[in-house]
Write a protein that binds this ligand. Structure first.
Ligand SMILES: O=C1O[C@H](COP(=O)(O)O)[C@@H](O)[C@H](O)[C@H]1O
Length: 262
């Protein structure tokens, strides 16, 4: 487990821009070091805000978009062109504007695809796709993603791992079908905590005043367990980074992050 680092920005717009700049650098560095980069995208407002900021950043052209694998941390199990899908929202925010290799865009299955209503079969198929992408150096059934991003919900959920839900207790499988999620839509596909922890870096994003993100951040960073607060046990192999704005950091003890970062 890596100790969480907290960075606090003035507001959610600046947080999105700074996180986008950070992601560009991370991808360029990974491509220089290993030839390609792998990034796990999140849905939600902060994740999409980051992608929109990346789309608007001139430095996005520093990335070789043909040498990046994109994965998703979770997906709403709805038809492929449903605007609720995280993949559709990511396309609108960024993906349609950059020259990605379609074979390296690993969208999660949709409910009108080959698995139909069987979300557990869809989850197993995505787990198999991850396993095929893993190399011996990864020492496990998922690749060591360079960066895995997670939006933090107001109830401390990350990906589609909701507090006290069976998916948050999963210790074996890397991807699960989620039934009866408390946030609509109820049927989802999600990476599990073991899969999330395969990433080199995990970035947790929380910003904005419209919901009680501050309460969720304080609970997750205050010592809660991963079943009660899934965000609390989402960490990377070499780095766990919480990227916040002042509103989301409002309930944290001030000693938890350097004053200069706010
Ligand atoms: O439903 C979801 O919610 C979370 C958090 O979203 P936010 O809008 O509260 O930031 C998101 O990370 C996840 O990918 C998504 O499916």
């Amino acid at each position: 487990m890596t100790t969480p680092q907290v960075v606090v920005h003035r507001d959610k717009e600046l947080m999105a821009q700074a996180a986008a700049a950070r992601l560009i650098t991370k991808i360029v560095d990974a491509q220089a070091a290993r030839g390609s980069a792998s990034v796990v995208l999140t849905g939600g407002r902060n994740g999409n805000g980051l992608l929109a900021a990346l789309a608007a950043a001139p430095a996005r052209d520093a990335i070789d978009w043909s040498r990046i694998d994109l994965w998703w941390g979770d997906e709403r199990y709805v038809p492929a062109d449903d605007p609720e899908r995280n993949h559709v929202q990511a396309r609108e925010a960024l993906l349609d504007a950059v020259p990605l290799d379609p074979a390296r865009v690993h969208a999660m299955p949709a409910s009108d695809g080959p698995h139909g209503a069987d979300v557990d079969s869809a989850a197993a198929a995505y787990a198999a796709e991850l396993a095929r992408a893993a190399t011996p150096e990864d020492h496990g059934p998922v690749p060591q993603f360079d960066v895995l991003m997670l939006g933090v919900g107001p109830d401390t959920h990350v990906a589609s791992l909701f507090p006290e839900h069976p998916a948050a207790r999963e210790t074996e499988r890397t991807v699960v079908g989620v039934h009866g999620a408390p946030k609509p839509p109820p049927t989802r596909v999600s990476l599990t905590l073991p899969a999330i922890r395969a990433a080199r870096e995990v970035w947790l994003l929380a910003a904005g005043e419209d919901e009680d993100k501050a309460g969720a951040v304080a609970i997750a960073l205050g010592g809660a367990g991963g079943v009660q607060a899934p965000a609390a046990e989402a960490y990377g192999r070499s780095r766990t980074l919480w990227l916040l704005d002042r509103a989301a950091a409002a309930k944290l003890p001030s000693g938890l992050y350097p004053p200069a970062s706010a």
